[in-house]
Design a binder for this molecule. Structure first.
Ligand code: 5GP
Ligand code: ZN
Length: 114
């Protein structure tokens, strides 16, 4: 756990989140400021700052973030399709420096931004 990391605090149950999934490796919860009708985050429980600091040994965990997306998206009503995004570094739009995969769908701003 990294001090002052908001997602580590969510993983530790120290601050609340609208959790949709959890296992030994990852947690998923709704984004606090959704930019689509459905917008949730899939987050490794272990603190990895970003893709820029991810290591070779993190490969399986990185794969799991993506592999979990379709089942969780389906449960959230996005069985017809969804969009994913990983912001990396401040220059890449990252604001929380604990790696996370955004999953968007169901209409809204995130679906027209690119
Ligand atoms: P980034 O810009 O780093 O890719 O995305 C960070 C995301 O985390 C943003 O979409 C922001 O709304 C969300 N977020 C920031 N703080 C919290 C929080 O305390 N709880 C939840 N559920 N989402 C958060
Ligand atoms: Zn963290």
């Amino acid at each position: 756990m990294s001090d002052n990391c908001i997602f580590c605090k969510i993983v530790a149950g120290q601050i609340p989140a609208k959790k949709i999934y959890e296992d030994e490796d990852v947690i998923a919860f709704h984004d606090i400021h959704p930019i689509a009708n459905v917008h949730f985050l899939i987050v490794p429980k272990r603190h990895i700052e970003s893709l820029l600091t991810a290591q070779e040994a993190d490969q399986a965990l990185l794969g799991k973030l993506l592999a979990k997306a379709p089942a969780l998206a389906r449960e959230q009503g996005l069985g017809e399709g969804f969009r994913t995004m990983i912001n990396t570094g401040a220059q890449g739009g990252q604001s929380v420096f604990h790696l996370h995969l955004h999953v968007f769908g169901g209409g809204g701003k995130a679906e027209t931004m690119m």
